[in-house]
Write a protein that binds this ligand. Sequence first.
Ligand SMILES: C[S@@+](CC[C@H](N)C(=O)[O-])C[C@H]1O[C@@H](n2cnc3c(N)ncnc32)[C@H](O)[C@@H]1O
Length: 204
Amino acid sequence: MNTKTHWEHIYETKAPNQVSWYQEHAKVSLQYIQNTGIQKTDHIIDVGGGASILVDELIADGFQHISILDVSGAALQLAHQRLGARAAEVNWIEADITQADLPHQAYDVWHDRAVFHFLTQPADRQRYVDIVRHAVRPGGHVIVATFAPDGPDHCSGLEVVRYSSESLHSEFGGDFDLVDSTRETHQTPFGTEQKFIYCYCRRY
Ligand SMILES: C[S@@+](CC[C@H](N)C(=O)[O-])C[C@H]1O[C@@H](n2cnc3c(N)ncnc32)[C@H](O)[C@@H]1O
């Protein structure tokens, strides 16, 4: 099964609050984005945003230029429906991030929670990093959350790569300065815990 088919099936068969990555609030992500100090008119992209509540919280906070990218159209549709009329304020992009054609230096903030860790092939990770370098403006903010070394080794039936802040930063290389990292213990809707690491980098 290819990536798109897998994720479309997940979102067509599971309620948004019945997937392990569900969060009632995207607290750590929102805090990192707010702490960047960007303007409300600056451009944010949430990569693999799925049906996450983060977009609602960014709109509520006044951000005006938000793009949500996901390989699953069904996931984007769920977020779109939840937002109602406010969905028109968002730029929805249905694409695989390893093949996405994003505009040059268009984004001030790149956010990804629980997508990069699905890229088990080095060539896919290289393409992802090349796309970040292309799409984020110099000086822009890159926030990527993955499973930590003591996190799960699978998610949604797929193998993942687990990272420390150092190993995640080293995937991005010298064009990115590691500014901060935070561990989070995520409580799944099923009463289990997942250890995450959030890395915050600046793009040179
Ligand atoms: C574990 S979920 C996380 C969703 C969201 N970021 C959150 O924190 O709630 C992973 C998301 O990444 C999307 N995804 C997986 N592989 C992708 C890829 N190669 N390109 C774009 N989106 C992808 C899935 O459709 C899914 O919505």
